[in-house]
Ligand binder design. Structure first.
Ligand code: FES
Length: 290
């Protein structure tokens, strides 16, 4: 069991599976979940599966949890880390997170093992939505952004919507989430840097082909400013609506500190919005790239 002592002050308030819910009318809670597994899926990413209380399982695609990651090196990790939900398995009572181990928070998270306890709060933010008029959508993501987009295939399957997922990565062994997309009936197209197939020109051709085939009633993206800009241009040109999941550093995660502000452009006017509260999913055409 990893030492969670620096974070114990939070755990007294958190709800364990089976505890009565002290705030049944509130959608967000702080939970002490049990780690079911936390395994490497390649040499950069791990998949964590948590046993979670019922209310946490109401999380939907694009929402996130704020995670109290243990310290990887003895120094205190004092801020929670936001992480989008990868999969919700309601029958099993489990939530999954697919994450890249690169910062202190995720390196600390990587130390957790089956049987450990993990403090998470959420579900937070406004996730993706599907218009009932949409019959086919296109999902375009890169790197860890694919983990944010993957649960869209679950939402689409529940709503009878077809999905084409274009999965972009540096190398073929870093293409994430292909299994989950396919398991839920999505068509997948993999594009990678090592053979040039992830170049914007090639992705543009793929997208224009999908539009011509009537497979693109809406666009969804996450993880690449370059791909966001491409979808914005094509969205405007062909009148395809879209949504983008923004990634941002957060502190409170609930709209109080304004650390997560980003610029958006609405009707020609620039404005600031909180990614944690007004997002993290936004109208694609209003987002300003990074
Ligand atoms: Fe505090 Fe968004 S992280 S307002």
């Amino acid at each position: 069991m990893t030492d969670l002592a620096p974070n114990e002050k939070y755990t007294n308030a958190a709800i364990r599976p089976g505890d009565p819910d002290p705030h049944p009318d509130k959608p967000v809670g702080e939970y002490l979940t049990d780690v079911v597994s936390n395994d490497w899926v390649n040499n950069e990413y791990k998949l964590m599966v948590l046993k979670a209380p019922e209310k946490a399982l109401t999380a939907y695609a694009g929402q996130f949890f704020h995670l109290l990651c243990p310290t990887p090196d003895g120094a205190e990790v004092w801020m929670r880390r936001p992480m989008s939900v990868y999969k919700v398995d309601k029958p099993a009572g489990q939530i999954e997170f697919l994450y890249k181990c690169e910062g202190r928070g995720t390196k600390g998270m990587a130390t957790l093992e089956a049987g450990d306890t993990f403090n998470v709060s959420g579900p937070l933010g406004i996730g993706f939505h599907l218009d009932p008029a949409w019959k086919n959508i296109v999902v375009l993501g890169r790197g860890v952004g694919l983990a944010t987009l993957a649960p869209l295939s679950q939402l689409a399957a529940e709503n009878g919507v077809g999905v084409t997922a274009i999965l972009s990565a540096r190398k073929s062994d870093l293409v994430m989430s292909e299994d989950l997309f396919e398991e839920l009936g999505a068509d997948t197209v993999t594009v990678v840097d090592e053979d040039g197939s992830s170049d914007v020109d090639n992705v543009e051709k793929i997208l224009e082909g999908l539009i011509a085939d009537g497979k693109a009633d809406a666009f969804f993206t996450c993880g690449s400013s370059r791909l966001l800009k491409l979808m914005q241009v094509l969205g405007k040109k062909y009148d395809v609506p879209g949504q983008v999941a923004m990634e941002q550093i957060m502190v409170c995660g609930v709209g109080a500190c304004y650390v997560c502000m980003r610029t958006f452009e609405i009707d020609g006017e620039q404005t600031l919005k909180r990614v944690c509260r007004e997002g993290p999913v936004f109208n694609m055409q209003e987002a300003v790239g990074w």
